[in-house]
Ligand binder design. Structure first.
Ligand code: PAF
Length: 290
């Protein structure tokens, strides 16, 4: 696996890469969810680059940035063992050198939910993803549906800026008890880890109601809320940030078409997010387009 550490090295590597070229942007702490992105990329591309950059622009509190898990040596070994062609691992000062004064501002799907809880977060995500896409010029870029709002924001940005890269998405990968793989799971203590699957359990109950024919968002979110409230009454310790049923593309309150039921809870200092997709027209699949 080739190690690339500067934007210039990335650009040179990509210019000579055998096409199709796929990139898998990550912030490291590689887990099974990332591996599935890599495998999907490898099945569709001749060259696959994983990028690993913990992007300060997308963190609100410094504490969150400082405590974000870091494991570059293990990550590099794992990615190499999966046959990734190159790992791009730049220093922060090369991505945001002194005097850096540009930001991509995203609106629309970036505004509700995570946008309200984490002001500026999606501007930071959009700015780094745009830089990575401009620097590498890939045919495809791979993202997980676990961060469903992020995916909607990135698709919107790529469309608005007419960036010639296909955004490819893969289903959320889960542990045996339903908890979605996430780098932040490493920060949960054992009690928090035991409680964490309740979020997916509640979203799944909402999804079951939808699949049973229920179409009233208040009823569907109500079903999910009730699972969370019942778990709290039994003594699980967490607070609910939000639970919302939104349109899959616009992230606005749902009225028809495919939806996302999304939620965020806090277990102590750790915030976890998850979602399920409610497919009205049953055309789910990796390449579903707008
Ligand atoms: O999903 C992530 O890990 C990050 O938000 C991303 C897309 C790599 C941008 O920093």
């Amino acid at each position: 696996m080739e190690l690339l550490s500067t934007p210039k090295q990335l650009m040179a590597y990509c210019r000579n890469a055998t096409r199709p070229l796929g990139i898998v942007p990550t912030m490291g702490s590689i887990h099974q969810g990332h591996i599935e992105l890599v495998k999907q990329a490898q099945s569709e591309c001749d060259t696959v680059i994983v990028t690993l950059f913990i992007n300060p622009l997308q963190f609100g509190e410094e504490k969150d940035f400082d405590s974000y898990p870091r494991s570059i040596n293990e990550d590099s070994e794992v990615l190499s063992s999966y046959g990734v062609d190159a790992l791009y691992f730049p220093e922060t000062s090369l991505i945001y050198p002194d005097g850096f004064s540009t930001s991509i501002n995203v609106y629309g799907p970036a505004l509700p939910m995570e946008g309200l809880t984490r002001p500026g977060h999606f501007d930071g995500v959009a700015t780094i993803v745009a830089k990575l896409l401009i620097n590498s010029g890939p045919d495809n870029a791979y993202f997980g549906r676990k961060d469903g709002q992020q995916l909607a924001v990135i698709k919107r940005m790529v469309k608005d800026l007419e960036i010639p890269t296909n955004i490819r998405e893969i289903d959320t990968v889960r542990e045996a008890d339903g908890l979605a793989y996430s780098s932040r799971n490493n920060l949960l203590n054992s009690n928090q880890r035991l409680a964490a699957p309740i979020l997916y359990e509640s979203l799944s109950a909402g999804k079951m109601a939808f699949e049973g024919g229920e179409r009233n968002p208040l009823v569907i979110t109500g079903v999910a809320f009730e699972i969370l409230e019942a778990a709290k009454r039994k003594g699980l310790l967490f607070t609910i940030d939000y639970l919302e049923m939104v349109d899959l593309m616009s992230m606005m309150p749902w009225s028809s078409g495919d939806a996302m039921l999304a939620g965020a809870i806090r277990l102590g200092d750790i915030r976890i997010i998850d979602n399920v997709i409610l497919v009205e027209n049953n055309i789910d699949g990796i390449s579903r387009e707008e």
